[in-house]
Design a protein around this ligand. Structure first.
Ligand code: FES
Length: 383
């Protein structure tokens, strides 16, 4: 009997999404999920430590790994749940994913409150010249279309950063992008494609010809700018947490993967150091703080939080991972502030009392619930 040659790829289907992908044998389930373009939480960047990437095999599941046992528990394992980043594909399989995180409540701030300070000397641009300003946040991205000749804003668009499926915070994205060139470009390309789609949409709405868009100024924390420019951000993930660059020269947008805005130049604003990025620099400039007398504290409370204290033009700044603190990251039952998250904990008549967002069945606990729980434990002398 002639032996059948083993296929080099396996077929993975996701019946709930009517989706199927052909994946190289030996890849992880997490890679198959990403290849299918589906969303799955992966906070540790695939290191098998966060337990968020669980998937359920609808058939024969592979033998559980030590991480599966540690993070999922016997009952879930018996039901076919495995960690997607640890499960290696050796044969065709059918998979179910946990219900997607509800993002209906994601509100993105796109407007300024209070007057921005105009730059000391704004360079004049010829009439009919357009530009864009893009704020690349770890969680959200906001794009503004600007009439440079008129020095006015003509449109704004915002969306959730598509890199979220690669990891929710800067550390997990650093880990993901550092795996190899393919992953680095995946992180860059999904972001570039989303920015381009938003800007092309704004141009269409305002009847601005794409060739009139000459400049795209970009700000973001250093990890976001590294990823946008296709530079491995690894040095930001290890001590002493310094970026490869703080001040990148302008590049042709096509060099980083833009296709339709072929005439535009991408202008990254300079960052400061560590995780203190050009978004903080832009905030200080917009408020005119470098020129203002007195003491001011500038706080950008984002997923990557940044703060700068200014005093008569002098400034000192710091950054911190603010987002995960509010989203229960690395807490076994932690979750974002979404429906079902325990947001309030106290005691009433000697009994534990809870409230969840939206009054839904408890799904996990978010930052405000954690703070309440810690306060209660302290009060009761249990902590
Ligand atoms: Fe799989 Fe964290 S355990 S991504």
């Amino acid at each position: 009997m002639p032996r059948q040659r083993q296929r080099r790829s396996v077929r993975v289907s996701f019946p709930d999404y009517s989706s199927q992908v052909e994946v190289e044998r030996g890849k992880s389930v997490l890679e198959a999920v990403r290849q299918a373009g589906l969303a799955l939480e992966s906070e540790c960047g695939g290191r098998g430590t966060c337990g968020r990437c669980r998937v359920r095999f609808l058939g024969q599941a592979p033998a559980p790994t030590g991480d599966d046992r540690l993070l999922l528990g016997d009952e879930a394992i018996a039901q076919g749940w495995r960690l997607a980043c640890q499960a290696i594909l050796t044969e065709d399989g059918r998979l179910a994913l946990p219900p997607p995180v509800v993002e209906g409540g994601l509100r993105i701030l796109t407007e300024a409150y209070g007057p921005a300070q105009p730059p000391a000397a704004a360079p004049a641009a010829p009439a009919g010249t357009f530009g864009a300003a893009v704020d690349v946040g770890t969680t959200t991205v906001v794009c503004y279309l600007l009439d440079l000749g008129e020095a006015s804003q003509v449109g704004v668009a915002s969306f959730a950063n598509p890199q979220r499926r690669l990891g929710p915070d800067v550390v997990s994205r650093i880990l993901y992008a550092h795996q190899g060139r393919e992953q680095l470009l995946e992180a860059r390309d999904c972001l570039v494609a989303a920015i381009e789609e938003a800007l092309v949409g704004l141009c269409a709405k305002r009847r601005v010809p794409l060739r009139a868009l000459s400049r795209i100024a970009v700000v973001g924390n250093p990890t976001m700018l590294h990823l946008l420019l296709g530079v491995d951000p690894w040095s930001l993930g290890v001590a002493p947490y310094q970026p490869t660059f703080t001040d990148a020269p302008p590049v042709a947008a096509t060099e980083v993967g833009f296709r339709r805005l072929a005439r535009a130049e991408l202008v990254p604003l300079p960052a400061v150091a560590g995780h203190l990025g050009s978004d903080a620099v832009a905030g200080l400039l917009a408020l005119g703080l470098p020129r203002r007398r007195g003491l001011f504290l500038f706080i950008d409370l984002g997923t990557n939080g940044e703060m700068v204290l200014t005093s008569d033009g002098d400034a000192v700044g710091a950054s911190c991972a603010a987002g995960p603190a509010f989203e229960g990251v690395h807490i076994s039952s932690g979750m974002s502030a979404l429906p079902g998250a325990i947001e309030w904990v106290d005691e009433e008549d000697g009994r534990l009392a809870l409230a969840t967002i939206g009054g839904a069945e408890p799904q996990g606990i978010c930052g405000s619930g954690l703070v309440d729980a810690v306060a209660l434990l302290l009060r009761r002398g249990l902590l």
